[in-house]
Design a protein. Structure first.
Lengths: 211, 565
């Protein structure tokens, strides 16, 4: 009984029909923008209804359309707009055209602190569409992304939050996908949530090259 | 950290990294099996190589139509490498690198055999662990390619099966439609054949066609006369087209070779051989007639053609018999033989008979005229023997025929008034037929030579013409006419005057000024002037009985002669 109560407490979110728990850091593979929206929009709607703070790092030019898509998905939705933050790459993590992982993480820290200061908000959902990485692909970017994901994993562990990194299979090949699989504790793909017990632990990454 | 701990951490780190890589390949494998195409699977494997080893991809091959072919068209051609790859066996192996370094060909072999090949290159040979990962990647890729190939084959089979099902469904539908059509056609065949065999004739065929098509049906003869109508909407009186329009319609229908749509009608020609015997038409103002109705119309036309051909053959046989008999009768034969043969032909020669000759000008064929005569004579219920002779039809008619009535009926039947009928004198016995025939011909000639050549003339009605038109005394008659009217004829010829006709009309009107002026459509004073001129030119007294008689005979003879010229 105690275990069941604990489970229901930790299963705070559903994604693609599967339960997520607090402190989850997922690598999500999808095919095309339509499939992404089918997963993303219900996830945001559910979170906003539950008064979860939601941050969506969208693709360029998407910010204006997200509220409309939320209403299209659910015409009755009513939510506190301050709970939804939509970022575009130019806002921080891709400032000046180059990947700035520290800026992104610092931005997340600040946003989360402010969100949790709001009365009644105790849980947060962070979704990052990684499509911005496609035109910048290089061995160095892969290395930087691994390091960034490892840091996100570390950051997630101490907070009441889930983080989803979305990778479009129509954009990326194995050169990025394999390292990202290795860098995430869980992988969601085709309706299955697969745990990765051998992901790159932050303390290993601190001691040696991750790649 | 103590060395032992460091060593343990290093081993742990190696194991974890290796497991993490294998986990990566596992997830890649899941992606490869998500139903993507072979080219995508190979591309995913190729792009993953750099994340598992220090190698890069030199070339990729896919098995296509029994041969390994490069999967990326823009790859630099390398015939030597292609040849090496084509000779590979087993799982492949190390192959020579042209510029030094390490080069390995991984043959992607699964249950279905070789499905592709990845050729990798590196500056130095990868470690055993890295080679292991690459081999695992290759095996997963081969399995995924094999699966994709099976999927593709399954999809193709599915498509083939669907196509076969579609084709079968289409064939079934076509067959069903064909069976339904055949059933309908069989019904048409049975109904019309039954009607034909029942002897119901044209009305029966028209009625059956109406029942089959639910459309009014009309049967006409070749001239446009109504023969039968079935269904509602029969016009009264039945309209008849002009001969020219009718001929034009038949010409178009003949040229078309199938039912012709003409205004609200769908027309089919009854034309068993070269001659059009009639027309069958569906009255289809709403244009609802489809294939089934057209089939019924065509089949009905065929049945009617057989019916009419049969009738025609009987009529022709009868006509031949009649012709022989009539020929003999008008040439002259003994009475006993004539009675016997006429009895055999179903005609009673006893009692008064008249020979009638009919001649129609224009584009009508002798057959058409003969058929119209037979039809008309039957319609008028005249008892007769009919025969066709060159250019005319000869009838031996019991009792005195109504010439004008016969001419009117024939004109209506043939759609043209351009014919003449001559009626010979009465015969009490067959031996008198040659005389009556000769009289009929004379009456016909006089009618055709007269000012109104279209109509009927009986020899009995010729009066003075019977004496004048003897043929043998022509020169004498011409001299007689010349003697009494020569000066007036010359005057008319020189002055383009009309004095002979004026005199003729004056005498025909018994000397009445008013009647003569009205008949000639001239003023009374003009007539008086002309009669004055006639007296001056002829130097004759028109009131003198002898002069008047001779002038009257001469003008009648002049009319006959003028008609002949």
């Amino acid at each position: 009984m105690e275990r069941a109560a604990q489970d229901s407490e930790t299963r705070l979110a559903m994604f693609g029909g599967l339960p997520l728990t607090s402190k989850d850091h997922l690598c999500v593979f999808f095919r095309g923008r339509a499939e992404r929206d089918e997963l993303l929009i219900p996830f945001l709607v559910e979170g906003l209804r539950a008064r979860h703070a939601c941050a969506f790092y969208a693709a360029e030019g998407e910010r204006e359309h997200i509220p409309e898509r939320l209403r299209t998905a659910n015409s009755n939705i009513q939510y506190d707009p301050s709970l939804l933050m939509v970022h575009e790459p130019g806002d921080g993590h891709l400032r000046g055209g180059a990947f700035a992982p520290d800026v992104k993480l610092e931005g997340l820290r600040t946003w989360l602190a402010e969100a949790f200061a709001t009365p009644g908000v105790t849980f947060a959902r962070v979704i990052i569409d990684m499509s911005w990485a496609k035109p910048l692909m290089s061995a160095q970017l892969v290395e930087d992304l691994i390091r960034s994901e490892v840091n996100v994993t570390r950051w997630v562990r101490s907070r009441n939050v889930v983080v989803l990194c979305l990778y479009d299979l129509e954009l990326f090949g194995g050169d990025l996908l394999v390292p990202m699989i290795k860098a995430h504790p869980k992988v969601w793909m085709g309706g299955a949530l697969v745990e990765n017990p051998y992901y790159i632990e932050p303390h290993f990454a601190d001691h040696q090259s991750c790649y | 950290m103590d060395p032992a701990s460091t060593a343990a951490t290093g081993t742990d780190s190696w194991g974890r990294a290796q497991l993490s890589n294998l986990y990566g390949i596992f997830v890649l494998s899941m992606m490869m099996f998500d139903g993507r195409e072979a080219e995508d699977i190979l591309r995913l494997a190729a792009t993953s190589v750099t994340s598992l080893s220090p190698c890069t991809v030199d070339a990729m091959y896919l098995q296509t139509a029994g041969q390994l072919r490069r999967s990326t068209p823009n790859q630099r051609p390398d015939a030597a490498l292609d040849a090496v790859v084509s000779r590979l066996t087993g799982d492949g192996g190390r192959i020579r690198a042209v510029n030094g370094g390490w080069r390995w060909a991984f043959l992607l072999r699964g249950l279905g055999g070789v499905s592709g090949c990845l050729v990798l290159r590196a500056d130095a040979a990868p470690s055993t662990d890295e080679l292991f990962l690459l081999k695992v990647l290759g095996q997963q890729t081969a399995a995924a390619l094999n699966s994709a190939s099976l999927h593709k084959r399954e999809r193709e089979h599915g498509v083939e099966l669907r196509q076969l099902n579609d084709e079968r469904a289409a064939a079934n539908a076509e067959l069903s439609a064909l069976v339904a059509r055949l059933k309908q056609q069989q019904n048409v065949h049975e109904v019309l054949t039954t009607v034909s065999a029942s002897g119901a004739g044209e009305p029966g065929i028209a009625h059956a066609l109406h029942e089959l098509t639910a459309l009014p049906v009309v049967i006409e003869d070749q001239f446009g006369n109504l023969r039968a109508w079935a269904g509602p909407g029969r016009p009264e009186p039945y309209p008849k087209p002009t001969a020219r329009k009718r001929e034009e319609l038949l010409r178009r229908a003949t040229a078309l070779g199938r039912p012709l749509r003409e205004k609200d009608r769908l027309i089919s020609l009854v034309k068993p051989r070269h001659e059009v015997l009639g027309v069958v038409a569906l009255i289809d103002a709403k244009r609802t007639a489809a294939d089934q109705e057209i089939f019924a119309l065509e089949y009905g036309t065929t049945v009617l053609a057989l019916e009419l051909s049969h009738q025609r053959n009987l009529a022709e046989a009868e006509l031949r018999l009649h012709r022989d008999l009539v020929d003999d009768l008008i040439v002259g034969t003994d009475d006993e033989s004539a009675y016997a043969r006429a009895d055999a032909a179903g005609h009673d020669l006893r009692g008064p008979h008249h020979v009638v000759v009919v001649q129609w000008r224009g584009r009508r064929t002798d057959d058409a005229v003969a058929e119209a005569v037979s039809h008309t004579v039957a319609g008028l219920q005249m008892k007769s023997l009919t025969a066709r002779r060159s250019g005319m039809v000869v009838l031996l008619v019991q009792d005195r025929p109504d010439g004008d009535g016969l001419h009117q009926a024939l004109a209506a039947q043939l759609g043209s008034r351009t014919g003449a009928i001559g009626i010979g004198g009465s015969c009490e016995t067959p031996c008198e037929f040659p005389r009556s025939y000769s009289e009929a011909l004379r009456a016909l000639n006089i009618r055709q030579g007269s000012r109104s050549p279209h109509g009927a003339t009986a020899f009995d009605q010729l009066g003075i013409y019977r004496i004048l038109d003897t043929g043998e005394s022509r020169e004498e008659i011409e001299a007689f006419v010349r003697e009494w009217l020569g000066s007036l004829m010359d005057y008319d010829a020189q002055k383009h005057a009309d004095l002979v006709r004026t005199l003729s009309q004056y005498l025909e009107c018994g000397g009445s000024y008013d009647e003569t002026a009205a008949a000639l459509v001239i003023h009374r004073s003009t007539l008086r002037y002309r009669l004055g001129r006639i007296r001056e030119i002829t130097q004759l007294d028109l009131n003198d009985v002898d002069s008047r008689l001779n002038l009257h005979v001469a003008t009648r003879a002049w009319q006959v002669l003028q008609g002949r010229s």
